[in-house]
Design a protein around this ligand. Structure first.
Ligand code: ADP
Length: 546
């Protein structure tokens, strides 16, 4: 073999930091914290404090490979932890504070975290658990001395004191690029959470991938606000891609659900691009409508984590002149796998076709191979109609779970995402369902996602779920469960008739149940396993559909 004669420098998160320091030192990071509603500083200051963190770890004898946990919202201190921990060779274990306490206990014990950095609001959760957290030596509260809460947490210290006396430079180690950099547990709609252990190499490649023009199209002139939490798959990779590009970063702290704060941040800081799950966008649209406001600064948004309802695309387009990009991914994929940016010529399509195209989850990123297969693992055609198990392969996709013997790749190295999808001849992938959520009526598939999206487009519906319920004739039929808006009194028949002409007749749910709330996972997804248990004995009315 004739080897190429090119340099081979490791792909490290440290290189992103060094590059940003040289090229974008003065670019701003603005964040909302409990102790300061508008903290602002520069990349240079952020990375100096990351060096202080690394020095503090060294003084405590933290070793490379040790896990250090965070239980925190999106703010500048969390950003410093991303770099201070990973670049010193340790593993930044981001924990979702919305998990049940038993799950937080499980994953801290499983990861054997040595230190836990915690936002003041989550201190009480850890106080109750700390007796059972055997690996944790001390807790660092993410605030300054003035705002430090009274706490019984062992060896508790406030963040500013933890780093305060340390030097602002650090001799960052030249790590192997496959070194573990961060750890995130999937929230587990089934079973115990599983740890996905990211590497420096995968993180840097993913940052390149998501920045491309047909993906997030990030540029130095952008101002980016990830509303998606930094505890959920590294805020979709944004805290790495943005310093690489040199864009301004706005971190909204605990205010992801506060439309007024988000809007104010967007307008005053000049946010051009923002990312969040559909629930956040629906809440913001509602706030803007009620307050009679228009999003002036925002140019484009990314919606992912769950299927994007048509109303988000339409309302942002018509009321705010904001373009909506739908994206798909999962924790196991760092997380971005597909992103929806239209191809040349698409603008010529009639409106309804254009909207349908925009609502697909998107095209696979360069770096992610996708295929759909049948039950015998045969590849299925990309015809936009054939449904199959969606499988992926690539450099930022996990090959095994942390401390697990479970084989998760097939013989050819493909990872089964658990999603069912179609792919059209142009490469646009559309998720039909999670494989376990599909409704199989008389042997044929009904997409619960499509029914839910149709239901949510009814003005009286706040949230909707569709599950399969046992049926004598068809084996399974769809049951619709709806949370109506507070003021909306939707009638039973009116709700079911809403589907007529919008989906094929035999897809129309057999019945609807109105409830005041739906169960959610810690990442805000509807917990269908719980609904299936709750409605396992549900008797559907006799149906002739199909
Ligand atoms: P969890 O912690 O709940 O597993 P993930 O973010 O890893 O969180 O969940 C990944 C799953 O979320 C995907 O496999 C898919 O089912 C769903 N998902 C993500 N994005 C979308 C999307 N745009 N449309 C539909 N489903 C999506």
């Amino acid at each position: 073999m004739l080897q190429g004669l090119m340099m081979n420098s490791p792909l490290l998160i440290t290189t992103i930091m060094r590059f940003a320091l040289l090229n974008h030192a003065g670019r701003e990071i603005v964040s909302v914290t409990e102790d300061n509603p508008r903290h602002r500083y520069t990349y240079a200051e952020a990375f100096a404090r990351a060096a202080q963190l690394a020095n503090a770890f060294r003084s405590l004898g933290i070793q490379q490979g040790d896990r250090i946990a965070t239980l925190a919202w999106n703010d500048h201190r969390h950003f410093e932890l991303y770099y201070g921990i990973s670049c010193s060779g340790s593993v930044c274990h981001t924990i979702n504070p919305r998990l049940f306490p038993e799950q937080i206990h499980y994953i801290i014990e499983h990861a054997e975290d040595r230190l836990v950095f915690v936002d003041p609001v989550f201190v009480s959760v850890l106080e109750q658990l700390q007796g059972k957290l055997n690996s944790v030596e001390s807790f660092v509260v993410l605030t300054d001395a003035e705002h430090m809460p009274e706490t019984t947490l062992r060896n508790a210290v406030c963040y500013e004191d933890f780093i305060g006396s340390q030097a602002v430079d650090f001799d960052w180690p030249n790590l192997d690029e496959t070194t573990a950099s961060s750890l995130c547990y999937t929230s587990g709609t089934m079973g115990d959470p599983k740890g996905v252990l990211f590497s420096h190499r995968a993180t840097v490649l993913h940052a390149y991938g998501i920045s491309l023009p047909d993906v997030m199209n990030l540029g130095q002139r952008d101002c980016v606000m990830p509303v998606v939490p930094m505890f959920h798959v590294n805020a979709w990779g944004v805290p790495y891609a943005v310093p690489m590009i040199g864009a301004k970063l706005v971190l909204p702290g605990s205010q992801a659900g506060n439309g007024a704060v988000l809007y104010e941040l967007m307008e005053s800081e000049g946010v051009s691009f923002s990312l969040a799950v559909p629930t956040v966008w629906l809440a913001l649209l509602e706030y803007l409508k009620q307050a009679g406001l228009q999003a002036e600064s925002l140019k484009r948004i990314c919606v992912g984590g769950a299927a994007c309802p048509a109303s988000i695309v339409e309302r942002f387009r018509d009321d705010h002149n904001v373009y909506v990009h739908h994206a798909w991914g999962m924790t196991e994929m760092s997380p971005v796998g597909a992103y929806n940016t239209l191809k040349a010529g698409a603008k010529e399509l009639p409106d309804h076709e254009l909207l349908a195209l925009q609502l697909r989850q998107g095209r696979g990123l360069f770096g992610v191979e996708m295929k759909i297969t049948d039950d015998a693992a045969n590849a299925l055609p990309w015809d936009g109609k054939t449904n199959g198990a969606l499988k992926v392969r690539g450099n930022w996709i996990c090959s095994a779970y942390y401390k697990s013997d479970e084989a998760i790749l097939d013989a050819d190295g493909w990872f089964d995402t658990g999603d069912v999808a179609t792919i059209d001849s142009e490469g646009f992938m559309q998720i039909t369902d999670r494989s376990k959520d599909l409704v199989k009526s008389g042997g044929e598939w009904i997409s619960s996602i499509e029914l839910e999206n149709t239901a949510v487009n009814h003005p009286g519906v706040a949230e909707a779920a569709v599950i399969a319920v046992a049926h004598e004739k068809w084996i399974e039929r769809p049951l619709l469960i709806v949370v109506p808006h507070e003021d909306g009194g939707i009638e039973h028949d009116e709700m079911l008739n809403w589907f007529a002409g919008k989906v094929v007749n035999w897809w129309i749910p057999d019945d609807v149940v109105f409830v005041s709330e739906l169960p959610h996972t810690a990442t805000g997804k509807i917990k269908k396993s719980k609904l299936r248990m709750q409605f396992s004995d549900y008797q559907l009315p006799i149906s002739n559909k199909h």
